[in-house]
Design a protein around this ligand. Structure first.
Ligand SMILES: Cc1cc2nc3c(=O)[nH]c(=O)nc-3n(C[C@H](O)[C@H](O)[C@H](O)COP(=O)(O)OP(=O)(O)OC[C@H]3O[C@@H](n4cnc5c(N)ncnc54)[C@H](O)[C@@H]3O)c2cc1C
Length: 574
């Protein structure tokens, strides 16, 4: 029987969505299954362009349906809306079959971000039309010399005297730059100093003054370097100017980076079916490899971590969709999906790879690409550092100063998430307030490891009250990031528990998951203890926060049976 907590193409039927969404998601799964494992892996190994997949998506109007907000959809196009719940579902499916497919869709989302935030009617109409024609999009923010420092753009726009510009400069690491019908490009005016000079504009990758230099990576993902030389930017191509252009860049990344968590979940799920099936059927010294206690521990840890990734991400969808000018809690949960869920994904793959060892190298399995691709997600669209630094801005308000909000229900409804394209200025993070994290923990206070972890969370509040980094230490990002890891665990646990309560999660699984989180908290506390600038008070606090999880062999055995049942539960069609 299929595990209801994991995506399984054999039984997948997303009945919680409307009929067209359900049909499109199922059609996507069917397309991959019909393509078959051998072909998918061969395309990955030979770095083939994704033309066949994009032709399928165009034929089905998959991207057009999922990525056109209602405001840009024409009359009688009821199925079009920007609905984060179904976008998340598609991320998971694409990650499950190959991150390259996901990437072409992901950078299309990024490319659309500045357009759907723009009030330029011509550009919006053009984007909707291109989506309908099955075109992909690109997001031209990064430059070779500047990395995360997007303030320093060298894409220069010179006024042409007719309300438009001539753009000259190059962009680097730009996905779909080889094929995009519309590339959203970030630059600055030559005649205006400072932030007022920023511009986001729409370029066409087929224009003569758009030079595609190369793919900078060795992959089916086309991560381009391109150069514009005197590229004509008409007034109708200008999406945003001044500070609004900068906000559009950050707000687009806010929308886009939410997709990495579910992609990473899809990767882990596929790899897990392969790993458990292999380990369970591998006989050494007359017994299955899964008879080793350490192997059971590693696979069970991988399983509960993966369940935690799913619970957190599903609950984050609710906050993302419910966000508005007076509820910006998503600004914490979003970088959490980005840095926490994706680094959990790395751990899941590492645990399984230790078990399946040589099998993880074989070219006929999905696992080999999972092991490579899972690494990218924590690094792209803001590194772990950048996202942890962001998360830290919310720590005090979240832990110590909660306020009341209306409860946020599960958001699988067919709504158009309009606020995502009207997020407004990206400032004021320190003023975002949160609901109390404690009730979620109280609901499961009867579970031994939730109670144990709660002691650690309470200790962290004490740390923030009494031993928080002083002004000088606040410049030591190395120390702060260690604190950020502790905080991230508390937030992770909170949404996991909220989602567990909403879905009636098996309490054995939850307790085992929290046993892992207790160990993680202890490990990060020890890390903090060893940091160069940690004060004696902080060092003492750190060691005092170390806890041992509550062991229950019967519970562990019951969870193991769930893991064991994954053996043979899914094998991709050859
Ligand atoms: C496969 C791939 C696809 C990509 N696709 C796109 C795309 O489609 N469009 C696009 O515009 N870009 C894209 N990028 C670029 C990607 O977003 C950048 O890699 C990313 O922004 C980080 O830049 P960097 O890797 O050059 O690191 P750098 O910015 O050079 O960072 C170096 C180090 O400094 C740290 N650091 C930097 N700033 C801070 C800070 N404020 N706080 C704490 N630490 C900091 C980083 O964590 C990192 O460890 C892609 C990159 C790759 C590899």
């Amino acid at each position: 029987m299929a595990d209801p907590l994991l995506f399984n193409p054999g039984t997948y039927d997303p009945t919680h969505f409307d009929p067209e969404t359900r049909r499109l998601l199922r059609a996507t799964v069917d397309w991959f299954e019909a393509r078959g494992k051998r072909r998918i892996i061969e395309d990955y190994r030979t770095r083939a362009w994704l033309g066949d997949f994009l032709a399928f998506a165009a034929e089905e109007k998959l991207f057009a349906t999922f990525l056109t907000p209602t405001s840009a959809a024409g009359a009688d196009q009821d199925d079009k809306r920007w609905d984060t719940a179904r976008i998340a579902a598609l991320n998971e499916i694409l990650g499950f079959y190959g991150l390259d497919y996901w990437y072409a869709w992901q950078v299309t989302i990024l490319g659309l971000g500045p357009v759907w935030q723009s009030e330029n009617p011509e550009a919006r109409a053009r984007a909707a039309e291109l989506l309908d024609q099955g075109e992909v999009f690109a997001f031209g923010l990064s430059e070779k010399a500047h990395g995360a420092d997007i303030y320093s753009t060298d894409m220069l726009l010179e006024p042409d005297g007719q309300g438009g510009f001539r753009a000259t400069g190059s962009k680097y690491y730009i996905g779909n730059g080889n094929a995009a019908g519309l590339v959203s490009v970030f630059g600055r005016r030559t005649d205006v100093e400072g932030p007022d000079g920023y511009v986001f504009f729409a370029a066409d990758s087929r224009h003569a003054q758009y030079e595609l230099v190369k793919n900078v990576v060795d992959s089916s993902k086309y991560v381009s370097e391109f150069r514009l030389q005197d590229y004509p930017v008409a007034a109708a191509d200008v999406l945003h100017t001044g500070r609004a252009a900068f906000d559009a860049a950050l707000n687009t990344v806010n929308v886009g980076k939410f997709n990495l968590c579910t992609a990473s979940i899809g990767i882990c799920e596929h790899a897990m079916y392969e790993a458990v099936t292999h380990a369970q059927n591998r006989i050494l010294y007359g017994r299955p490899v899964t008879a080793f206690p350490h192997v059971r521990r590693e696979l069970a840890d991988a399983y509960v971590r993966l369940v935690g990734m799913k619970l957190f991400s599903d609950r984050a969808v609710d906050y993302f969709r419910t966000a508005g000018p007076d509820d910006r809690r998503y600004l914490l949960f979003n970088p959490m999906t980005k840095m926490k869920v994706t680094t959990e994904g790395e751990k899941v793959i590492d645990l399984m790879w230790d078990v399946i060892a040589a099998k993880g190298f074989e070219k006929d399995n999905y696992f080999a690409q999972a092991a490579v691709e899972i690494r990218g997600l924590p690094k792209l669209e803001g590194t772990v550092h950048v996202n942890l630094a962001l998360i830290l801005k919310f720590m005090r308000n979240h832990l110590l100063d909660p306020v009341a909000y209306e409860p946020v229900p599960t958001r699988l409804d067919a709504a158009d998430d309009t606020f995502l394209f009207a997020q407004g200025p990206a400032r004021g993070l320190g003023s975002v307030r949160f609901h109390d994290w404690r009730p979620a923990y109280d609901t499961y206070g009867h579970l031994a490891n939730v109670a144990r972890f709660r002691e650690q969370a309470d200790a962290l509040c004490e740390f923030v009250r009494t031993a928080a980094p002083d002004e000088q230490q606040s410049r030591d990002l190395d120390l702060l990031l260690a604190v950020g890891q502790l905080f991230a665990l508390v937030v992770h646990g909170q949404l996991v528990l909220e989602q567990a309560a909403l879905t009636g999660l098996d309490e054995d699984v939850l307790d085992e998951l929290f046993a892992v989180l207790v160990r993680d908290f202890s490990a990060h506390a020890v890390e903090l203890h060893g940091k160069d600038s940690a004060t004696e008070q902080q060092q003492a606090w750190a060691l005092g926060a170390v806890r041992r999880p509550v062991v229950d062999t019967a519970r562990a055995e019951r969870v193991w049976q769930r893991v064991e049942a994954l053996s043979g539960a899914y094998e991709m069609k050859p």
